[in-house]
Each structure stands twice: as C-alpha cells, then as structure tokens.
Design a protein around this ligand. Structure first.
Ligand SMILES: Cc1ncc(COP(=O)(O)O)c(C=O)c1O
Length: 346
C-alpha cells in the first residue's frame, strides 16, 4: 500500500522547518549549546545513582522540588511550575494563553517554532544593530499581540534588557514572558517585579548553570493564577524522577554551581578579550560569546574549528543584519585554553 503521510498532516506542519540543535560528536569539545562543561555537583551524581534504582515508581517529588526552587527564587511554591526543560514551558504558555505572539530577532528559535506548531501568529521586532533592545519599537508594535516574549540575557547575542525597559513592557498589561535561562551568569533577575506585575512569567532552566541539560528540567515563576491555568495543559508526570531528584540535589548543593559559574565568568572575560582582538565580538552576560567572523563565512570558521575537534555554533547570517555569526560557549579552563590556542593559529 502507498501512503503519503504529508497529505494527511496539518498544513501548518507541512511548512515547518526542523529545529536544529547544536552538533555533537563523541570525543570532541562541545562549545555549541551553552551547557556547563564542569558538569553537575557530586551530590547530583550520587542522587542519580540512587534514584536510578527506583525508576519502577512513577515520579512523585514534584512538590518537594517546587518548594526547593521557591526557596532558591525567594517566592512561594504556588508560584512555581515545572517543565520538561524550559522548551516545554514555552509550549505550555503558548497552549494556555491567546496569541498573537511577539518576540525579538535574533533570539531563541523555539519561540517561533513553538508558536507555529500551535498555529499561532508570530511576529518579531528586530534588535538594534548592536543587538541592544529596541524598547520604543517593541512597545509600539505590541498592540495587537496577546503574548510578548523577551529573553534576557538573550540567546544567541548575550545582551540584556534593562529593568526599566522590562517594566515598560510589563506596563502594557499583556502576558509577558521573560526567559532567564542564563540568569546565573548575569546575576540579576526580574522575578521581584512579579509582586507588581501579575502578567509576568519568568522562565528558567537547570540546563545551563546547573549543568543538567540531559535531564530536561525547567521551571516557570509566575503568579498562582497563571501557574494554575498552565497546570491544566501539563502532561501528568511531565518531569521524570531522575530529573526531580537531580533538581533537588542541585539546589541542595547550590554552592557547587556558583563556583562553576564564577569560573565560567572569569573565562568569559578572557575569551571575550581574545575574540575582540580578532573579530567583532559582542559583550555577553551569559555563558557564551557571539562573534561576527566576516569576511570569513561562519561555516568556514565552524569547519576550521571542527578540524581541531572543537564544535561551535554557526548561525551564518541573521535576517536583516550584516555579518556572519558564530556563537561559542565558555567551557572549562582547559577547554578555553585550547580554544584560544586554536584561535591564535587561525
Ligand atoms: C534562551 C533559552 N531558553 C531556553 C532554552 C532551553 O532550555 P531547556 O534545555 O531547559 O529546554 C535555551 C537553550 O538553549 C535557551 O537558550
């Protein structure tokens, strides 16, 4: 029997492009996905070993982890919603609340993809030429939108949005997401604005500073009304028991994460200096640095590092911007030294 599945797929799915994750090759240094290459704390690793013997039981430590996260963020447990990575939280927000959706460009690709999967209209406001936040333009374009998405520090640019600008966006009264995936590398959060703005949803992840990317664990911080509505679209057991246990252990050993973040910030400064001597580099408050390698092509730069067994993230051109863009995550001190050696030899 002949069967053409595309004929039966929803038309909006037929037009979707696949999300392309950072590349990975065994034995290579991966600096492509902004992971924390120091790895998780020993306490997390111990917990995972222990929890692995109990995977016959459905996950149940949801409330315990919500309470831990609430303590870490200085809010209440009913302000916390857990997700299978913050990717899932993006999907849950978009499933729960009405579009159209408006974000920035360039920014994290999942916002557009998530909206398009659900058939929501998605528009974007171009960042300024230096990738700073165009507050006036964002605000004046927001009128027709239902959901606004900000990302600070932004991926892939590393830039941040000032508190004052976040506040001005929140004052529009629309449901506003602030993605703080990289907050630990920046050190400043907008969570405290929740008291004044019940329309704020802060999204966070354990994939970056806490080094748990492989376990898929994220959380949203929002007013209890938002958390309750979003919980209605949550799949039962959306976070698995290894991730729950690891999240609890990660917060119990938060000093370990903080030490690694200090190391990464130190190496970010060193890497930024080196990169700025060779390319147009953009100041970053996250665990990566974006560079414009033109006149070289981004793919050529990528290939040259790949030959040295280092994997970075090539974006090529950003729509509406001059330049050839590559993002490099900050690894361990040893990885950073080796990267700099390779850059010097280019
Ligand atoms: C800005 C931003 N938000 C969210 C995510 C995804 O996080 P998670 O791994 O928790 O789904 C990423 C991952 O690269 C990111 O850069």
């Amino acid at each position: 029997m002949e069967f053409n599945p595309a004929e039966y797929a929803k038309s909006r799915i037929q037009d979707l492009a696949l999300y392309e994750p950072g590349k990975m090759r065994e034995g290579y240094t991966k600096l492509a996905s902004n992971e924390n290459n120091y790895g998780p704390s020993p306490r997390v690793v111990e917990t995972l070993k222990r929890e692995s013997e109990r995977v016959n039981i459905y996950p149940h430590r949801f409330q315990e982890l919500r309470e831990k996260i609430a303590g870490y963020c200085g809010v209440n447990a009913d302000n916390i919603l857990l997700g299978n990575g913050s990717d899932e939280l993006i999907d849950m927000v978009l499933k729960t609340f009405k579009g159209p959706v408006m974000g920035l460009s360039p920014t994290f690709a999942e916002y557009r993809l998530g909206a398009e999967i659900l058939g929501e209209e998605y528009s974007e406001v171009r960042l300024n030429d230096d990738f700073s936040f165009p507050a006036e333009e964002f605000i004046s374009n927001a009128e027709g939108a239902g959901i606004l998405i900000l990302c600070s520090p932004n991926s892939p640019t590393g830039g941040v949005i000032s508190d004052e600008d976040v506040r001005r966006v929140l004052e529009l009264g629309k449901l506003t997401i602030v993605d703080e995936a990289y907050v630990e590398f920046y050190g400043k959060s907008v969570i405290a604005m929740m008291d004044e703005f019940p329309n704020l949803v802060v999204m966070r992840t354990f994939a970056k500073a806490f080094a748990l990317a492989g376990l898929r664990l994220g959380y949203a911080v929002a007013s209890p009304g938002i958390v309750e509505l979003m919980s209605r679209v949550r799949m039962p057991f959306n976070v698995n028991s290894l991730a729950l246990g690891a999240g609890i252990a990660a917060i119990d050993s938060v000093d370990y994460m903080r030490q690694t973040v200090e190391g990464i910030k130190r190496d970010r400064r060193i890497l930024f200096e080196v990169l700025s001597g060779k390319f147009r580099a953009f100041k970053s408050e996250a665990n990566f640095v974006l560079i414009d390698v033109s006149p070289m092509k981004a793919e050529e730069f990528f290939d040259r590092l790949m030959q040295e067994r280092i994997i970075v993230r090539s974006f090529g051109k950003f729509k509406g911007f001059e330049g050839e863009y590559v993002r490099i995550s900050v690894g361990t001190p040893e990885e950073n030294r080796r990267l700099i050696e390779v850059l010097d030899s280019l």
